[in-house]
Every structure is written in C-alpha cells, then in structure tokens.
Design a protein around this ligand. Structure first.
Ligand code: URP
Ligand code: ZN
Ligand code: ZN
Length: 471
C-alpha cells in the first residue's frame, strides 16, 4: 500500500520527542501530524495501511557508519557476514543504512576498488548502503583518482596509521589526502594507532613467548592510540580538513579529541559498543578460543583504568559524536588461526545487529537521553557522511526509514537467536530490554512484528553529498 500511517507512538528525533502520527507516501515521510489536530479525520477517506505504535518509540532507522561485510582481511580469513546476511542482521536490530568500505590495497587502483565493491554489493542488500574508500596506497595516481570520487557519491576516505604491512600511510601521505579533502569537503576517517611502534611491541612479545590473546591488548597500549590521535588532529589542522577518528577505544584518545573540540576544531570521533561494554580483563584475557574471539583493533581496554566509563561520558559531552559497530565478524575456524600466536588472528567482532539495543541500555541506565540515543546512532552519522535530511531523521521529505521500537521487550543476546552469520557471539547471555519490533526501509517493511519480510536487492546504493561536519 502506497500510504502508511503510524499512529499512537512517541516520535523520537535528535532534537525532541513528540506524540505525532507519521504519514508515509511511497518511500518518503510526507507529514508529522498532531493527533489532536483533527487533520486525521480526513484520513478516513484514504486507502492506507495503519501501523499501531501505541506504547512504542518511533525512531529514525539506525545509520551504522562503519561496517566490514565479506571483507577478505587476509588470504585465509574473510569476515563472515555477506552483504546479504549482514544487512538482514542490521535490519533485525533496527539499522536501515550501513556504510561499508571499498578497499584500495597496495598496488591496486582506486576506480577498480570501487567498481568491484559496488558489484559485490549490488542486488544483495536488504537495506540502503553506501561506501567509504579505504586507502592503502597513496601515490600520484591514487591522489588524482580520489579527487574524482566525490562525483561517484563517495565523500569519505579512511586512512590507517596502523597495519604497516598492509594499509599503513605515513604522515606525508596522510597530509596529502587531507589536503585534497580540505579542497573538496570530503571527510577523512582515521584508524589512529601508531602501527610502527605497535609492530615493535608485537615482535618483542612473540620473542618472549607472550603469544596469548591478552598480549594483543598489551602490545597496542592506549598511549599509542592517544599519540596517533594527537598526530592525526595536528595533520588535519595543518591541512585545514575535517577529521573523523574511527573506533576510538581509550581515555587517552578521547582526551585528544576533547581538547581539539574545545579549541573549536572540526574533529569528530566514533566509538563502538564493544569499547563501551567489553574489557581487556574480562573478555580478552581468557584462555583458548574465548580470548581470540575478542581480538579486534584497537583492542578492548582495561576496565580498571575507567576507559568504558569515560567513553559513556564522552557520549554525553559530545566529544564522541557517533556510535558505529566496526562490524567485522570471523567464525571460530578463522579466529583459531591465532590460537598459538595472537598476531595470526583476524581482527574484528560481530556487532551489527545489537548496536541500537546496546545503546538503548545506555538510556535505561541513565548514561544518555532518549534523544541522544537517536542522535549518536542515526542523526549525526547521517549528517557527518552526507546523508543529512535524507536519513537519520523523522521529518517530511526524509526517506521513510523508521523503526517501531518496543522499549519493554526483554531478550537475551546470543548465537541461538542472532541473525549474524557468525558461529559465536561476544554478547552471549547478555540480557537487554528494548527491541526493534518493526523496521521500515524507504516505505517498505523489512521486519514486521519480528518477522523478516524484506528481500535482498531492496537496498539501494546511496550516493552521498559532501558532509556537513561543522560542530
Ligand atoms: O578489528 C578491527 N577493527 N577490524 C576491522 C578493521 C579495522 O581496522 O577497522
Ligand atoms: Zn580500523
Ligand atoms: Zn573498521
């Protein structure tokens, strides 16, 4: 049915909550109506589908700005969620937009990287999707190619100060990309860990025989995340470009971002649910498979140092602007590649389905407000990545990407109930309250009363505009 009317719910936007009816025509929201206005009396004459949201929140679909679906991380390990399974899992959790990455690995060209990633995703996605560019080879030609990307709707680049054997860029290369971004208005995203120093620590640990998963954490100390974050910020200031720090995990890095923002710099950062909830001591420092399942980079941080509490604080103070997942799951057979040496474990965790629920626990625990939940999970990621007005908001003219969220449903996270294509869960046994009951993407149900009714191919590639980063 072309017209849908969502009644009885509380509409939550980043700015405020209201008791409004939401009118959808085709793929768009066309009106928010005050239920006492009498305007709805005329609706009796229409042929529309009524969606009763009494007692529920009506929120903009989640925007997950950092995911890795079917990513060949090494020749032996590819992240286990495909574009099909990963976007379905995202929808089950109330996310209606994902931004993945086209990866330009060393020795390859940017246009081909984009083309082949677009081909992989085409026709597979249950929800709308877009791509950043991961740059692994900054050279004369790639700098020219990157400048042309804005026209293809790719308006953000990820650079790496980590992974010297693969994705690393040195400071001069980073500066050149940032200078381009300063001209075009594109967003530079940074994996901020000092990979050169980390590699020394990793080699020394291996020589000592310290090869368990705990040492993955100890050889990527928070100081080296703080240092790289500081350096990235200085380079962005010199270039005059906006900067977005991805997967920020530690107090050290948060301090650098907070200082830059206090100085009025165009600097933003995302954190991820794993850094808010999981820790070095409780999760990474476990024997056998349990430890390696928790290997990701940056690593889970020490709870005794208060990292997790400080990240929640950063979300309240807006020093952290976004929560994304960095979803990059690997099944046990691939995680086990590093059972004798943490360095051989593919990095990454499965999170895409649980982000909205995990952050809603922050609302329940008085860490963040209801509106802030929507802001960090939907509205701000849309704005920072060129989807402003289209995604992340319930307003006339926006895409009808809407979640009917039941704040009272209690459920237990784990491998028997999740929809991610991974054979374990780092969230196993965690009870949460609140769940996406129905999920609408561009006016069509993807999840209806906890049943998947979507299809691969509904999701469209989103060409993104130049972001609106100013804080
Ligand atoms: O461990 C992680 N984060 N895996 C995904 C790759 C990255 O660096 O984002
Ligand atoms: Zn990264
Ligand atoms: Zn990532």
């Amino acid at each position: 049915m072309a017209i849908k009317l969502i009644t009885g719910g509380t509409v939550v936007n980043a700015t405020h909550c209201s008791k409004s009816e939401v009118l959808i025509e085709g793929e768009k929201i066309i009106a928010l109506i005050d239920p006492n206005s009498g305007l709805l009396d005329v609706a009796d004459a229409w042929d529309y589908e009524l969606i009763d949201a009494t007692g529920k929140y009506v929120i903009p679909g989640g925007v997950d700005a950092h995911v890795h679906l079917q990513l060949p991380m090494t020749p032996e390990a590819t992240s286990s969620d495909t574009f099909e399974s990963g976007t379905q899992a995202a929808a089950w959790g109330g996310t209606t937009t994902i931004i993945d990455f086209a990866g330009q690995i060393k020795g390859t060209a940017v246009p081909e990287a984009l083309e082949s990633r677009l081909e992989e995703a085409e026709g597979q996605c249950a929800i709308d999707y877009s791509l950043h560019l991961s740059i692994g080879d900054v050279n004369k030609q790639s700098l020219i190619d990157i400048s042309g990307l804005v026209e293809s709707g790719v308006t953000s680049y990820k650079l790496f100060m980590a992974y010297p054997d693969a994705w690393y860029s040195d400071d001069g290369q980073i500066l050149q990309v940032m200078q381009l971004a300063a001209e075009s208005g594109a967003m530079t995203m940074m994996h901020a860990e000092n990979g050169i120093a980390i590699d020394v620590l990793r080699g020394q640990a291996a020589e000592r025989g310290d090869t368990g998963s705990f040492w993955h954490g100890k050889t990527r100390p928070p100081e080296l995340e703080g240092e790289a974050t500081h350096r990235a910020i200085q380079l962005a200031i010199v270039a005059g470009a906006p900067l977005y720090i991805v997967h920020l995990s530690s107090t050290n890095a948060l301090r650098e971002v907070a200082r830059a923002r206090d100085e009025g710099r165009n600097v933003f950062a995302e954190t991820c649910p794993q850094y808010l909830y999981l820790s070095l001591e409780e999760h990474l420092d476990q024997p056998d498979i349990d430890g390696v399942r928790h290997i990701c980079s940056p690593p889970l941080r020490s709870a005794t140092d208060g990292n997790q509490d400080n990240l929640w604080m950063g979300l309240r103070t807006d020093d952290l602007s976004v929560v994304a997942t960095d979803h990059c799951p690997f099944c046990d057979n691939e995680k086990l590649l590093g059972i004798d040496d943490f360095r051989n474990t593919p990095n990454g965790l499965g999170v895409i389905e649980h982000r909205m629920d995990l952050l809603y626990q922050g609302v329940r625990n008085n860490e963040i407000s209801l509106q802030r939940w929507v802001e960090i999970c939907s509205t701000t990621p849309a704005r920072l990545f060129g989807l402003q007005g289209r995604k992340g908001i319930i307003a006339p003219g926006a895409d009808a990407d809407i979640v009917i969220y039941n704040p009272d449903t209690e459920h237990v996270l784990g491998v028997s109930s999740h929809h991610m294509a991974v054979d374990h869960s780092v969230w196993e046994g965690m009870t949460v309250t609140g769940q996406a009951e129905s999920v609408i993407s561009r006016g069509s149900f993807v999840i209806k009363n906890r049943e998947f009714v979507g299809n691969a191919g509904h999701g469209q590639f989103l060409k993104r505009a130049i972001p609106e980063p100013l804080r």
